[in-house]
Every structure is written in structure tokens, then in C-alpha cells.
Design a protein around this ligand. Structure first.
Ligand code: MG
Ligand code: ZN
Length: 227
């Protein structure tokens, strides 16, 4: 796209502490594999839920827990910088919930998930939802060891959140487009979002939803193999 703005791009090696960062990502990957193995050994399916602040991650998890908790023994790991607002909401569903406060960090990492798993009775679980910190950038770089990854976006975030954050969508199994009932008011075209997602990741399953109206929740579950 043509632009009149002056553009500065950071090139390889220019970022501070590049070696340190590579090391962190490598260790994170190893821990993620370990988390995955531990959950697999216990027959647990795990789902990493990512998306911006306010996209509806907690609402979607709560709605899914509500319809799936009769068939699966579920726990939720809630990532947040400081608060327990989301964990308190999920607790209304009477499922085990672990709050992980990241402090300054804007994403969950595999080490935090390892600690959270140690707090759960894994023998008594079939399914774990992990709500990542609201952020569309770095969670993509930090696998946690989950089986599936879902990105929740909403039409209230405007028309460009997919093209601006391609890395988030590359490895997503499902993308839920939330607040679909507000699409017209927001003048956001959901089919344009769908095309943007398909261009980045043709394998992602795209599901329009409205958590407020409880629409599309079952379909999200099905797209993740939860029936
Ligand atoms: Mg939330
Ligand atoms: Zn981060």
C-alpha cells in the first residue's frame, strides 16, 4: 500500500538483547513441550485463548464452560497483568480456576503455565482453557503447550486488526469474530475480516459469534473438536 509516511524498520540484530531473547524463546519452547506432555499423560485437552483486551476472551470461555461442563471436567487458567476480575467471573461457573498474574509481562509463558498446572488436580480434568493476557502481539511467540489456539477478535476493534497482527493468526486453529451483532453499527464488514484471515492462514476455522447473545458458542466448540 502506498504511504507518504516515513517508515523505519528494525533490522535483524538491531533489537537490544537479541541473544537473550533467542534464549528465552528456546527455553520457553522446551517448557511448552513439557507442559504438553504432562497434560497429554493425563488425557487433558488444552486450549490457549488469545486476543486483545476487551475482545471477549473471558466471555467466550465462560460461555463455553457453561455448555461443556456437563460433558468435560474443566479448569481455567486466567492470565492477567494484575487483577482477578476474569477469574472471579469464571468462578461463577464452579470450575477450578487458577489466576496467573504476570506483573509487568504482557503475555503468558510456558513457565507460568507449568506453575499453574502444579496447582490443579490433573487427574480430575479433561479440558483446560488458558486465557492469555490481552495482547495481539507477543503471545504468538510464546507457545504454552496447548493443543489448540484460538484468537478472539471483535468488530469493535475496527477493520484492520487482522492485517496489522498477522503473526497472531498464522498458528490459530480457530478465529472467533465476536460482537458480530454490532458489525453494522461499527461499519465493519465481517467478510473482509474473514478474507484477511484466510489470506494469512487458510486453515483457520473462522466462526462469527456474539457472546452477548450466546450465538456461535457451540460452533466454536465444534471447530476445536469439542462436542
Ligand atoms: Mg479477559
Ligand atoms: Zn508480551
Amino acid at each position: 500500500m502506498a504511504t507518504n509516511a516515513e517508515v523505519i524498520t528494525s533490522s535483524e540484530g538491531e533489537v537490544f538483547d537479541i541473544e537473550l531473547e533467542t534464549d528465552i524463546l528456546r527455553v520457553n519452547k522446551e517448557l511448552a513441550l513439557e507442559n504438553h506432555r504432562v497434560m497429554r499423560e493425563h488425557g487433558i485437552t488444552s486450549i490457549d485463548v488469545m486476543g486483545s483486551v476487551g475482545s471477549g476472551k473471558t466471555s467466550l470461555i465462560k460461555a463455553m464452560v457453561s455448555i461443556l461442563k456437563n460433558r468435560y471436567r474443566i479448569a481455567v487458567i486466567e492470565g492477567d497483568v494484575t487483577t482477578t476480575i476474569d477469574a472471579d467471573l469464571i468462578a461463577e461457573e464452579n470450575v477450578p480456576t487458577v489466576q496467573v498474574n504476570t506483573g509487568k509481562e504482557c503475555h503468558l509463558d510456558a513457565n507460568l503455565i507449568k506453575k499453574a498446572l502444579a496447582r490443579l488436580k490433573l487427574n480430575e480434568l479433561d479440558l483446560i482453557f488458558i486465557e492469555n493476557v490481552g495482547n495481539l502481539i507477543c503471545p504468538a511467540e510464546f507457545p504454552l503447550g496447548s493443543d489448540k489456539r484460538i484468537v478472539v477478535i471483535s468488530v469493535t476493534e475496527g477493520p484492520y486488526m487482522v492485517v496489522k497482527h498477522p503473526m497472531m493468526f498464522i498458528e490459530a486453529d480457530t478465529v472467533a469474530i465476536n460482537k458480530i451483532d454490532l458489525a453494522q453499527v461499527m461499519e465493519v464488514d465481517p467478510s473482509k475480516l474473514r478474507n484477511d484471515i484466510a489470506t494469512i492462514n487458510p486453515n483457520a476455522c473462522v466462526v462469527p459469534i456474539s457472546c452477548r447473545r450466546n450465538d456461535g458458542i457451540v460452533e466454536v466448540g465444534r471447530s476445536l473438536g469439542l462436542d
